[in-house]
Write a protein that binds this ligand. Structure first.
Ligand code: PZK
Length: 286
């Protein structure tokens, strides 16, 4: 992207300005694990994530407007409406995992939600919960209370994003479960358009912004295998890597197996052959 203004970097994505109103969001094939971007890429990972995100944006348009304008022919970049982003991460959790499991064990509470006693790691929650977090510029996002989130975006705006995030999660989680994938939790980002209306932005309901678990292996009481990254994690655990930069190179077997898992997630969720997406990415927005 030589003469395009670079406006942001994620761990595995890049953002460029197309003009005052539009951004180009590019998903690379980089992969991170244990919070470190690895030196080995997973071919087509960026295309899988871009295609999935565009698929969900199209399927959820009736629940909430979104920033997607077009998927480019390369299948890894999308043109998006430029918004005023809200300064919170809108996390929804249907299962007890990650920082929610840690917080639950310490206090039986997560972001002000008092949970029942006796829940096990990875257990399905009685109801999905909205657990907002701050966007940490360095390090990890931090769970915040509804009062802290309200101070950042306003109480009325918070109530609106909570309602939308829960509706989006419920729709996607039930859609995915029928196709053999548990969406344990997911993170949404919202922005405001020129008229002050809430718009869903960023990537949505991808394996990078969510925890996807294979439903057929689901066994609460401990951590669950990741649908997409388990080969990578197992491989990394078998090396002497101490989980700080730089990470290890992945073997060709791990790369191929991981690519196959991403493609499988795409095909199970969309019902579209990944080859068809590569031939014409517009299949996901049709
Ligand atoms: C925006 N990010 C985070 C995401 C990155 C950085 N539609 C939008 N309008 C204005 N700003 C953003 C978006 C979106 N999406 C998102 N930072 C700004 C981010 C992906 C890659 F490098």
């Amino acid at each position: 992207m030589p003469d395009m203004a670079h406006v942001g970097s994620g761990k595995v994505r890049e953002l460029y300005a197309l003009d005052d109103e539009r951004l180009l969001l590019v998903a690379t094939d980089r992969i991170s694990t244990f919070d470190v971007v690895l030196p080995t890429e997973i071919p087509d990972k960026g295309r899988v994530l871009t295609g999935l995100s565009a698929f969900w944006f199209t399927r959820t348009r009736g629940l909430c407007p979104n920033h997607l304008l077009a998927v480019r022919p390369d299948g890894r970049s999308t043109e998006c409406r430029r918004l005023q982003m809200l300064p919170i991460e809108c996390v929804v959790r249907g299962y007890l995992s990650g920082s929610a499991w840690k917080d639950y064990r310490a206090t039986r509470e997560i972001c002000g939600h008092r949970l029942p006693e006796g829940l096990r790691e990875s257990e399905r929650l009685p109801e999905p919960i909205f657990t907002p977090a701050t966007k940490a510029t360095s390090g990890h996002d931090e769970n915040i209370t509804r009062a802290q989130a309200g101070a950042l975006v306003g109480a009325a705006r918070l109530a609106e994003v909570e309602r939308l995030a829960l509706a989006l999660y419920r729709f996607a989680a039930s859609y995915a479960l029928v196709r053999g994938i548990i969406v344990a939790d997911t993170k949404f980002e919202f922005g405001l358009d020129g008229d002050g209306r809430l718009v869903l932005a960023d990537e949505a309901l991808t394996p990078d912004s969510s925890r996807f678990w294979p439903a057929d292996a689901y066994t609460p009481g401990g951590p669950q295998p990741s649908f997409d990254k388990q080969f990578v994690r197992d491989f990394c655990e078998q090396t002497s890597w101490n989980k700080t930069y730089p990470g290890p190179e992945l073997s060709p077997t791990v790369v191929a197996g991981t690519r196959a898992r991403y493609v499988e997630a795409f095909e199970r969720l969309t019902g579209i052959a990944f080859e068809a997406y590569l031939a014409d990415p517009r299949v996901v927005v049709a």
